[in-house]
Design a protein around this ligand. Sequence first.
Ligand code: SF4
Length: 215
Amino acid sequence: MMSASTPKEKRTELLANSLVASLEKRNFEAYFCPTGKDAVQKVLELIPEDSLISWGGSQTIRELGVTKALHEGNYRVIDRDLGKNPQEVYELHRQGLLSDYYITSTNAISEDGILVNVDGNGNRVAALCFGPKNVIVMCGINKVAQNLDCAISRARSYAAPINSMRFMGNTPCATTGKCHDCTSSDCICAQVVLTRFCKPAKRIKVILIGEELGF
Ligand code: SF4
């Protein structure tokens, strides 16, 4: 690993190393990769060939080219993006819950290692909680928040409105950019899930990336 040279890189490396230790105390497997390229390499190292793989709607994994790399590798892939209609996408989400490896990001993570995620349909947080044998969480350093309250606020007040706009939801936040704690039918915050301990140990592998990725 290259050693950090600028103050910003140094801060990222120190924060990431301390967060890796916090995650390990919570029974997660955790890694720090300074660049997105290193992180993609780490994902490919972690997944044995011929594994059954699926993923969530993460912008981070698409930005990094992870889905493309997995399609091109020697894996069996369940790609929800290939569903031709809502019923097919729903079935692919269900099948993804039985994968060997499920790749996702997180909406936020506290400096002491708690993952925070909001989800509308619940498929992504379901996979995080139970189902896939392994889950790989890829997280840009911009998603690290000082404490749990800050992480929840980031997930609900920042990431969720942007994601609602991204999926063209008919929600108040898509109009104002702020969370209104809505109960609209397109609400993407049906589930608010805290993952504070990994059980079984090492089932969830968190890759922290020293770049700004996703929302
Ligand atoms: S307004 Fe609704 S969909 Fe938007 S962030 Fe708040 S709870 Fe979520």
